[in-house]
Design a binder for this molecule. Structure first.
Ligand code: SF4
Length: 376
């Protein structure tokens, strides 16, 4: 059977963080039931079309999936298992926030088959957490990790953020140490992006918040790479670090362009070479609209995506797989660009893979653009 990954969006949060432009809608507690009914209906609608599939990974993202009653998560997984067989080693991740977990909820998640928890920690500095509008304190992150361990979860990720307004290198080091001190096997470290229309963007525009310049951001990123590597968490993607065997298999499906079905509001899908998405707003989704912006990918689209996504990973672009998929060696027509990027220390080619160096990863978009344009 062909593998399928499921992404399930839970668009509810207790309050909106200052930097957030994700599809998350605080204050809509009264619609949890209606939302999950709609989501279960959407899932059921795929039964016939995707009957030849086995579920390899599931990812509940948000929003804050740990905010809603755990019974919704359990029921969603039970219904999915009635539609598709699950691989015996299926990875089932639940995203959530410290401050919303309880031992009771964790027991339900475990019973339902969730075997990986991904927690939005962001920082271990209470002042920075407050300025980000997070609902939890640094102490609650540790409590949540200990509670999760107590409930039998060992595969735990912490999301951290750097390049925050006012964040010093010392604060970032302290956050890395605190996260490592909790002994989690996976850490995601993201640079803050100030998204238009958010309260954070307004603060930056008014001059009340100042984001670090590129050099400072690069220094913070380098600190994460070296400190996490020293602790045994190797970088395997631009923003992701794991002990061997704890890489997030669901996210690897995205970077390897495997098939995934996104269910719920704002969820995106790639199934059999077609991309599509659901309405970005809760009301749009509840109105019943589905499978918007369908795009059947051309060979050129697939090439661009393959290059863009594979070079995010430290495994890199598989040159033999490229030739087999697209009928010509990747290097053909790109010789000069490859030589220039290699001489500049942005890429390296070895063992049949093209990889970005740490320097190249800092400017991944530009490197990819140069390689794409070299072929035109
Ligand atoms: S918890 Fe996540 S999804 Fe919810 S408001 Fe904050 S950043 Fe957005």
């Amino acid at each position: 059977m062909k593998p399928l990954s499921l992404y399930i969006h839970v668009p509810f949060c207790r309050s909106k963080c200052a930097y957030c432009d994700f599809a998350s809608f605080p204050g809509r507690e009264g619609e949890w039931g209606r939302y999950f009914e709609a989501l279960w209906g959407e899932m059921e609608g795929w039964r016939d079309e995707l009957s030849d599939r086995e579920v390899a990974t599931v990812f509940f993202g948000g929003g804050t999936p740990t905010l809603v009653d755990a019974g919704y998560i359990e029921e969603t997984l039970a219904r999915a298992r009635r539609i598709w067989p699950f691989a015996p080693d299926a990875e089932i991740t639940l995203e959530g926030n410290p401050g919303t977990l309880t031992p009771q909820k964790l027991a339900v998640y475990g019973r339902a088959g969730v075997n990986r928890l991904s927690m939005g920690a962001q920082s271990f500095d209470d002042g920075l957490l407050q300025s980000l509008g997070r609902i939890h304190t640094a102490a609650q992150i540790g409590e949540a990790v200990r509670m999760a361990r107590g409930a039998g979860f060992s595969n735990i990720n912490l999301d951290l953020m750097y390049a925050l307004p006012g964040q010093t290198m010392a604060q970032w080091r302290d956050t890395l140490e605190a996260a490592l001190g909790l002994g989690v096997p996976h850490i995601s470290a993201y640079s803050l992006i100030v998204e238009e229309g958010t309260p954070m963007a307004a603060r930056v525009a008014r001059g009340e918040a100042v984001v670090p310049d590129d050099d400072a951001v690069n220094a913070l990123q380098r600190e994460a790479v070296s400190r996490l590597a020293a602790a045994g968490l190797a970088r395997y993607e631009i923003s992701n670090y794991a002990r061997p065997g704890f890489e997030c298999r669901h996210n690897l499906v995205y970077w390897n362009r495997g098939d995934y079905l996104g269910l719920g509001c704002a969820a995106h899908s790639l199934v059999d070479g077609t991309r599509f998405s659901n309405p970005a707003t809760l009301d749009g989704y509840l109105s019943g609209a589905r499978r918007l912006d369908q795009q059947r990918l051309t060979a050129a689209d697939a090439m661009e995506e393959t290059l863009m996504l594979s070079t995010r990973t430290t495994r890199g672009l598989d040159l033999a797989a490229w030739s087999a998929a697209f009928g010509a060696p990747f290097e053909r027509g790109r010789e000069a660009a490859l030589a220039k990027l290699a001489a500049g220390g942005f890429i390296e080619i070895s063992d049949g893979f093209l990889r970005l160096t740490p320097r190249g990863m800092q400017v991944q978009d530009a490197v990819v653009l140069e390689l794409m344009e070299a072929d035109e």
